[in-house]
Design a binder for this molecule. Sequence first.
Ligand SMILES: Nc1nc2c(ncn2[C@@H]2O[C@H](COP(=O)(O)OP(=O)(O)OP(=O)(O)O)[C@@H](O)[C@H]2O)c(=O)[nH]1
Length: 339
Amino acid sequence: MNSTQQVQHLVDFPHADGSQGYAFTLLELLAIPAFVLDARGRAIVWNRACERLTGASGYEVLGTMDAWRCFHRDARPTLADLVIQQRTHEVAALYDTHARPCDEPGHLSAEGWCDMPRAGRRRYLAVDVSPICDGSGRLKAVVETLRDMTAEKQAQIALEKLATRDGLTGLANRRCFDDTLHAEWQRAMRQQQPLSLLMVDVDNFKQYNDVYGHVGGDDCLQRIAGAVAKEMRTNDLVARYGGEEFAVILPNQSLKGAAIVAERIRCRVEQLQLPNLGAAQQFVTVSIGAATALAAPECDPSQLLATADAALYRAKHMGRNRISLTRETEKILSQAYGM
Ligand SMILES: Nc1nc2c(ncn2[C@@H]2O[C@H](COP(=O)(O)OP(=O)(O)OP(=O)(O)O)[C@@H](O)[C@H]2O)c(=O)[nH]1
C-alpha cells in the first residue's frame, strides 16, 4: 500500500467518535511535514513535523482556512488550496518550478521560497499534493507534504554564482558575457533596437604589475571593476573579459549614447587617482573601444566584438586614456552631432 492508498484507507474509515470526520493518525506520526485540508479548505491535519517547520501549532491552525499564513506574509493560497479551488493553472505564477508526476493522476509538485512568518526564516520548500477522493470520485481532502530544500537551493545558487562570476572582481565572467551577448543580440533583432558594446582595457598594466606586484595589480583591477560597474544601468552588463580587459554590453543604446557612457567610465577610472609610478600618466587610466550594431540575421555578435576591439586598438594607438569608435563611425558622428 503506497502513502496515498494509506491515506485513502484512513479517509474511508472515520473515527469511532466522529470527531474530525476522518482518521489521519498515520499522517500525524510522519516525520515529513504534512497537513491536510478538507474539501472546503479547512485544516484537518497539521502534523508535528509541520509544526516544527512552520513554528505554528496545530492548535492554532486546525479548523481554520489559514494554513497559508504559516507560509506566506501576503495572502496567497497553498498548493493544496489551489487543488481544492480548482486553480491549478495558477501554479506556474506562484512557484519557481512545478510538475505533475505522470504515474500519480491528480498529484502536483512545486517548489518555491516561502516567507515562513511564524518561524521567522525564509525557506525553500518542495511541496507535493495528493487529492483524496471518495468512491464516486468526489474530492474529500487534499494532503500536502513539504520538504525543506533551503540548503540544497542555497548550494545551487552559490554554484550558479560561481559559474557566472569572476572570482577576483565579482563581475560577470567571460562565459556569462558570451551568453548575455548572444541573448541580447537575439533580443535586439526581435525588437529592432541597437546593441552597443564597450571594450575597456587598463593602460600599461604590465608595467603597473612590475612596479606594484601581482597583488597590487589585483587590487587595482578590483578598484577599476567597481568604478566601471558604478556607471551601469539595470539592463547593462559589465564583465571581466579576460586579464586586464573588461567588456560592457549596453542594450538599446545608440553609438552616441555608448560613447557618452564610455567617456564617463574613462573619467571615473581617472578620478580614482590610483598612483602609477613609473608610467607616463600619473594615475592609472583605461582605453575604451565602442561599437554599435543593428542586429540582423546575416551577421552575428562576433562582428560587433571585432569592431569594438578594433576601436580599442585605435584608442591605444592614439595614445591611451581615451575612448574611440572606428574611424568611419567617428567621421559620421562628427558630421551628424559634432562629436
Ligand atoms: N595582477 C594581475 N595582472 C594581470 C591579471 N591578468 C592579466 N594581468 C597582467 O596584465 C598585463 C597586460 O599586459 P599587456 O597585454 O602587455 O598590456 P598593457 O601592459 O596593459 O599595455 P596596453 O594594453 O597596450 O596599454 C600582463 O602583465 C598580465 O600579466 C590579473 O588577474 N591580475
